[in-house]
Design a protein around this ligand. Structure first.
Ligand SMILES: Nc1ncnc2c1ncn2[C@@H]1O[C@H](COP(=O)(O)OP(=O)(O)OP(=O)(O)O)[C@@H](O)[C@H]1O
Length: 265
């Protein structure tokens, strides 16, 4: 992937038309640099999922452009976009979305099969080992705990070595301890492999594992924090939720750098 990573330039996404139209994203410009971990936070309805869907090529902006590793998604046909998503983008969701009839290793191998590649058993086993599940390859999802299922989902998302991994509340369905294990794995892929991650979360502790937290309010960027502790992120969210009508900050005002504590992962 190019140094730019993922770029959103003046992305607007409107749903519906006329008086019932909703502007979910309003002229959003952001860069998620290669090899960095970004959390996206904001009040309910602020546009987080829409941002993720547009950045991942699952949805098309009404205007503006999205570029992943130098390829402009907004210029691609549906077929090319599907191929790009399959080859270069990984997803983990709150619901693990594993296929119940397949074993852990078959689930992990699925993206390679879909891409027409023959999965090598050693490669699949290694992916499972990296998430600490080398001994569970033959288990089906119902035989695994929630945290284990999410780790299988993570191995599946990473098996194609995607340019970017998108997470939509990936720890939302997990208890806090299991969630932290998954966050530590995410953090590890960034630190060890230079993986690029963009994760939507409501949880300040999860967000504190990221290098940077971008805040959205009413479809617009309302500041960001770098290397922030969970308490500072929570305090920033409380301020945003208390003043949803506040004007967006300028980029320089938005970069708040007063974060004392280390992340837990
Ligand atoms: N398909 C759609 N049709 C119409 N409106 C939509 C659609 N998808 C999202 N919206 C609206 O766009 C706005 C942003 O929604 P989005 O799901 O991106 O917010 P969010 O920040 O992810 O919310 P939450 O934290 O509650 O999941 C909301 O007002 C929502 O109702």
């Amino acid at each position: 992937m190019t140094d730019d990573g993922i770029r959103l330039d003046s992305v607007t996404r409107r749903f519906g038309s006329g008086s019932t139209s909703v502007t979910a994203l309003d002229d959003v410009s952001l860069v998620f640099p290669s090899g960095t971990f970004t959390a996206v936070m904001g009040p309910s309805g602020s546009g987080k999922s829409t941002l993720l869907q547009c950045a991942a090529g699952l949805d098309r902006p009404t205007s503006g452009s999205v570029t992943v590793g130098g390829t402009e998604l907004t210029a691609l046909s549906e077929t090319k976009l599907t191929l790009l998503r399959r080859e270069r983008i990984g997803f983990v969701f709150q619901a693990f979305n594993l296929l119940p009839s397949l074993t852990a290793e078959q689930n992990v191998a699925l993206p390679l099969r879909l891409a027409g590649r023959r999965p090598k058993r050693a490669q699949v086993r290694e992916a499972l080992q990296q998430v600490g599940l080398g001994d569970r390859a033959r288990h089906r999802p119902t035989e695994l705990s929630g945290g284990q299922q999410q780790r299988v989902a993570l191995a599946r998302a990473l098996i194609t070595r995607p340019d970017v991994l998108f997470g939509d509340e990936p720890t939302g369905a997990l208890d806090s301890r299991t969630g932290r294990d998954v966050l530590a794995l995410l953090r590890g892929t960034v630190d060890r492999d230079g993986q690029t991650i963009v994760m939507v979360t409501h949880d300040p502790v999860a967000a504190s594992c990221a290098d940077r937290v971008v805040f959205l309010v009413d479809g617009r960027v309302h500041g960001e924090l770098s290397g922030a502790a969970a308490e500072d992120i929570a305090a920033h969210m409380t301020r945003l939720e208390a003043k949803p009508e506040a004007e967006p900050q300028s980029e320089s005002e938005a970069k708040l750098q007063d974060q004392p504590e280390a992340a837990p992962c």
